[in-house]
Design a protein around this ligand. Structure first.
Ligand SMILES: O=C(O)CCC(=O)C(=O)O
Length: 318
């Protein structure tokens, strides 16, 4: 099994903790204070967006782009509780110790009870609301600038609309990561605000000669392209495939993660899908041994993938 050299891309707990610690103190934390703000535009047409940003793989915040969405105009946690009285959600799903499944109104009660606890904020991550709460979907209308999403052609309607809501409390953090399978991030901020730190796809953190992460090497490289910005209600972020991102909730917040597969990334997307499936299938025992924390994630992703494709897992083609 090949060990990834770039610590930013590693999935083991120790490496992820080291990267997160870098955001709290030390050279990276110091650099964040003066990191440039990401380019922000308003009033862009779809053609301008395609030409100036998507085709050139340049990230941008589209200021106020979704400000007229019903969700941005009317949502609060209480409002959603009324509209989703029986919907089950899994809160803090990224931590096996803290994860708990409750109804949406129970989640809102938990939020109130935990208000002000910025040490252990609650976070409902990656809620695939379209299957469990389709009644709220119309409040986040389809975006003209996101019509290039090729997943619909590739996987059909069901697989291509797996948008995710992220709902959490002030202080909640999503650690630095790249999205899988080379999809672009389009993130619409609905309620509250979040601080994003982003780095280019080739940002690299290696171990130095002293065995510690070489932060100066990361910060000195032109590939790092460290930027920051606060996403406010009504803003839409476009982050091209493989850009690293870390998010901290500045207030109680609701955001919509709406991924897009650019047809330009189709080959690499399929290769990554196949790679993951075959690595799981052919090296299952080794993967279980070397990456035990990844196995349940990969299995549930693969099950969801099969489900969305309508694959009958009981059948093997002779
Ligand atoms: O908002 C967050 O906490 C994470 C969002 C994210 O990672 C995404 O939309 O890709």
């Amino acid at each position: 099994m090949v060990i990834e050299d770039n610590i930013l891309r590693r999935h083991d707990r120790e490496s992820q903790d080291a990267v997160e610690a870098g955001f709290q103190a030390g050279p990276l934390a110091d650099a964040l204070a003066s990191a440039p703000v990401l380019e922000t535009r308003s009033g862009l047409s779809k053609e301008e967006f395609d030409r100036e940003y998507r085709e050139r793989l340049r990230p941008v915040v589209l200021k106020g782009f979704v400000k007229d969405w019903p969700s941005v105009q009317t949502w609060s946690f209480e409002h959603l509780a009324q509209r989703c009285p029986d919907v089950q959600v899994t809160v803090n799903s990224y931590s096996s110790k803290e994860a708990r499944t409750v109804t949406f109104p129970e989640f809102v009660t938990l939020l109130k009870e935990n208000e002000g606890n910025t040490e252990s904020p609650l976070y409902l991550q990656e809620w695939y609301y379209q299957t469990t709460a389709p009644q709220i979907a119309a409040d986040m209308p389809e975006l003209e600038v996101a019509r290039y999403d090729f997943r619909q052609d590739l996987y059909g309607e069901k697989a291509s609309t797996n948008h995710q809501l992220w709902l959490g409390q002030e202080g909640g953090v999503t650690r630095l990561h790249q999205d899988s399978y080379s999809v672009d991030v389009m993130h619409a901020q609905i309620v509250g605000s979040k601080r994003w730190y982003v780095m280019g796809p080739k940002a690299e953190l290696r171990l130095g000669a002293d065995g510690e992460p070489d932060w100066d090497g990361l910060l000195g490289s032109p590939e790092t392209q460290l930027h920051q910005f606060d996403l406010m209600p009504g803003d839409l972020l476009y982050l091209p495939a493989n850009w690293f991102h870390r998010i901290r909730l500045l207030e109680n917040s609701i955001g919509l993660g709406r991924k897009c597969l650019d047809q330009a990334h189709l080959r690499v997307h399929m290769k990554q899908r196949m790679n993951e499936l075959l690595a799981l299938l052919l090296n299952f025992d080794e993967v279980k041994e070397t990456h035990p924390e990844l196995v349940p994630v990969l299995m549930s992703r693969s099950r969801a993938f099969a489900d969305r494709l309508g694959v009958d897992l009981s059948r093997l083609r002779p």
